[in-house]
Design a protein around this ligand. Structure first.
Ligand SMILES: NC(=O)c1ccc[n+]([C@@H]2O[C@H](COP(=O)([O-])OP(=O)(O)OC[C@H]3O[C@@H](n4cnc5c(N)ncnc54)[C@H](O)[C@@H]3O)[C@@H](O)[C@H]2O)c1
Length: 485
């Protein structure tokens, strides 16, 4: 982060002194910044002449004493309160009395960092985002003692770097990291519960519109930095369970896989691209038969229009009596609706659970957010009523073939196969617990309702990927045979 902030400051016209106690890092920094600036100019991000001038404004500072002439010092040292406090105490003895000391902490309280610094009114939070030269936002944080003059100078410096400087309260994570925490932690829980793989979670998030998935972001930030931030969040919230750090991240950090900077994290960056390109979106159109759309919501209205545009006869339930529909899309009751029957059903789960909505247990749940024209993902899910999915209803040949071809794509239960039971009702044999098997459509086992919902979503919503979320057990019981690999 320090190098990125230095680069942004130099591009903003400021003279920059860069200090790092690690001699190699310190010596290499100006050269690496010059290379990054030149690369940015090649990519048209800024002018080549500006890049050259900016590179000339950066110099390494051998020790902290060399920072004496600075008007603003921004620390981007490791996320450790004692370390940051000691650093500011040392700096305060070196720089002028009115020099502003800004911390780039992601999770510590600015108030806590400032405590112990002589004249704490000059300490502020100036929180940049990674990569600092490109990310537009900076959070400006006032600690308990921060003074107006210090805040003003920090804001002006951020603005000179071309950043949008916003005020944020001095709470753990400020605003952006507070919102971002669940993005990473919930993704980690999904993987830990063996509901999806790292690559699947990232791919779906990208399809939903995120520039990168949570695991790619963790690798960019540094899994070690993320873990320290997670520990800090947890400690500062007095052990709030939702901020509990993930043991999966801890294990990765223990293995030295700290992300992009070490060449390996959740992904391997050592040999070119860390993932294959995402599959292209399916084309809309080709619907055939009757699709009944129930409900009076915006979603129902939009689905009617889209199904019609894709070629189906689309109608509300009352207008479709006597015909066998290809699919019924249940978006909630509307006044005067007739009971829905006669075809496979997909039930909108925007405001209810599938378990509550589907007494029979044969429908598919779906989640799509209007406006559908802008939606790229529809999530589909099924119930697994009588027992947790254990994959026993998958033909042995399919399990073996999938395991050979792409073990990572197999849902966890299939990797620990339980014997097929003779007492299973036949309905259960068809129950799909395959996750996101879209890439291998011919390998998919699906109930008619799932297949139809999948087809309908893909055909009706342009640019939409229908994805299957994991089958949910109706009662929360631990799944048998689970083990972290
Ligand atoms: N990585 C991110 O995406 C990100 C984003 C926003 C904020 N931050 C914050 O920036 C800070 C640094 O994060 P990072 O990702 O650059 O960590 P990092 O571990 O990659 O880099 C920390 C650097 O600080 C140096 N250092 C160690 N002790 C020091 C000291 N006493 N004085 C000065 N430098 C010292 C290290 O040699 C290293 O070069 C943390 O507070 C972090 O929370 C990080």
């Amino acid at each position: 982060m320090g190098r990125g902030i230095a680069q942004a400051a130099a591009l903003g016209g400021m003279g920059v002194l860069l200090h790092d106690p690690v001699p190699d890092a310190r010596a290499a920094a100006p050269e690496r910044i010059a290379a990054d600036l030149a690369r940015g100019a090649e990519r048209g991000r800024w002018d080549a002449a500006d890049a050259e001038a900016a590179a000339g404004r950066v110099a390494a500072a051998g020790d902290l004493a060399a920072l004496a002439p600075c008007e603003l010092v921004i620390e981007a040292a490791p996320e450790d309160l004692a370390l940051k406090r000691a650093l500011f105490a040392e700096l305060a003895a070196v720089v002028a009395e009115d020099c502003v000391l800004a911390t780039n902490t992601s999770s510590l309280l600015v108030t806590a960092v400032a405590a112990g610094t002589p004249r704490p009114e000059r300490v502020v939070g100036l929180h940049f985002f990674n990569p600092a030269p490109l990310m537009r936002l900076v959070e400006l944080v006032a600690g308990e003692e921060s003074g107006a003059a210090a805040l003003g100078r920090a804001r002006a410096a951020g603005a000179a770097m071309g950043k949008r400087v916003v005020r944020a309260a001095d709470v753990a994570g400020f605003v952006v990291n507070r919102c971002n925490r669940p993005f990473g932690l919930e993704a980690l829980r999904l993987v830990q519960e063996r509901r999806a793989s790292v690559a699947q979670v990232d791919r779906i998030c990208r399809l939903a519109g995120f520039r990168m998935g949570p695991f790619e972001l963790m690798d960019l930030v540094g899994t070690d930095v993320g873990l320290e931030v997670a520990r800090s969040f947890h400690a500062q919230s007095f052990g709030e369970p939702r901020w509990r750090p993930s043991p999966l991240t801890a294990r990765l950090v223990a293995a030295g896989r700290t992300g992009r900077k070490s060449g390996r994290g959740w992904y391997d960056y050592r040999d070119g691209p860390h993932r294959p390109p995402d599959p292209g979106p399916p084309a809309a159109g080709g619907g055939d038969g009757l699709v009944v759309v129930a409900g009076a919501s915006v979603l129902a209205h939009e689905l009617l229009g889209l199904a019609e545009a894709a070629g189906w006869d689309a109608s509300p339930p009352a207008a479709a009596q006597g015909e066998t529909p290809f699919l019924i899309l249940d978006c909630g009751p509307a006044a005067g609706d007739v009971p829905l029957q006669g075809g496979p059903q997909a039930i909108s789960c925007a405001d209810r659970s599938l378990a509550a909505a589907d007494g029979g247990g044969s429908a598919v749940g779906f989640l799509a957010v209007p406006p559908l024209a802008a939606t790229r993902v529809v999530e589909l899910t099924r119930l697994c009523r009588s027992r947790p999915c254990d994959g026993s209803f998958y033909p042995r040949s399919l399990r073996a073939s999938c395991a050979r071809r792409a073990p990572d794509s197999l849902p966890a239960p299939l990797r620990h196969v339980a014997p097929r039971t003779a007492t299973q009702p036949s309905r259960l044999r068809l129950r799909p617990c395959a996750l996101f098997f879209r890439d291998r459509p011919r390998r998919t086992i699906a109930t008619p309702s799932l297949q139809r919902a999948l087809g309908c979503c893909s055909k009706a919503v342009p640019w939409c990927h229908a994805i299957r979320m994991p089958t949910l057990p109706s009662r929360s019981r631990p799944e048998r045979g689970e083990a972290l690999s």
